[in-house]
Design a protein around this ligand. Sequence first.
Ligand SMILES: CC(C)(COP(=O)(O)OP(=O)(O)OC[C@H]1O[C@@H](n2cnc3c(N)ncnc32)[C@H](O)[C@@H]1OP(=O)(O)O)[C@@H](O)C(=O)NCCC(=O)NCCS
Length: 275
Amino acid sequence: MTVEIRPIARDEAVEFLRIVPGFAGTPSWEAEPPAWHSGLGIAPRFDEPASSEDLAKAAAGLCDVDRTRAAFVDGRMVGTSQMLSLEVTVPGAGPVPMGGLTAVGVLPTHRRRGLLRDMMRALIDDCHERGEALATLSAAEGSIYGRYGFGPATYQTRWELDISQALRPYRHEQHGRIELVDARTAKAAWPHLHDEVRQSRVGEVSAHHGLWDDRAARTGAWQYLLRYDDTGTVDGAAVYRTPWSPDPATAGTVEADWLEAASAAAYTDLWAFLT
Ligand SMILES: CC(C)(COP(=O)(O)OP(=O)(O)OC[C@H]1O[C@@H](n2cnc3c(N)ncnc32)[C@H](O)[C@@H]1OP(=O)(O)O)[C@@H](O)C(=O)NCCC(=O)NCCS
């Protein structure tokens, strides 16, 4: 048995994606898709493998192909992994280069024989060569990655505000304005806003390829808010919805999926609007 760990060629991208858990329809234990999983607008779609058409589309848009590391056994691809070239904001230094680990998968027939270990070695060596200070991931199973030097950096949070306690009537601030816009208008404003906000917010990560397309293309009755300052510059954004529920206990719930603000005024204003 010969094992080879190497980056894939562009024409191997479809085969690569077929193994990646999200595209293969493999179940996940995560409540939500990881922060930068695929970012190509079609995966993860758990329980349903991507169609040939979806795979071809995603393969054509696959970024950082040179940062893939696939495992080949006797010439056949059986394992996948990749680092995305991202930035993370750290105390004191601002944004620094970071490897974003993604697309980790080994075919069930080839597990527990060291292929992930070999791929991780290759990926981390490459991070060192590139001078990246950090590698991070959003792990499907936290128990796997400690052995490679990863540890918890942040936890997902979910807040529920009881409106009887938290309701604060929305009042229009004297400075700035909030508008409901269509997804296209919102998408055009998000990259610049995010790039501004992440400069000073520790732990914030640069947008991966396809993030904004994904966010704007999600199904469901999402509403897109932009907040403009006095000069007409976008200084805040939020995405929310008010899903229908047959249960009186949850009817009338506002689900805020994403909120980003470049100033305290914008932050307060957006939360006041949502509550
Ligand atoms: C997780 C996965 C990639 C591991 O691949 P693998 O090639 O079998 O892993 P290896 O044989 O290289 O094992 C590496 C180490 O991880 C451990 N390990 C493997 N799978 C594990 C699991 N599910 N939970 C905890 N530890 C695990 C092994 O015991 C081994 O430990 P050691 O080196 O200290 O002895 C593979 O099981 C898989 O594809 N799972 C489904 C998809 C998935 O969960 N992907 C991760 C997305 S974040």
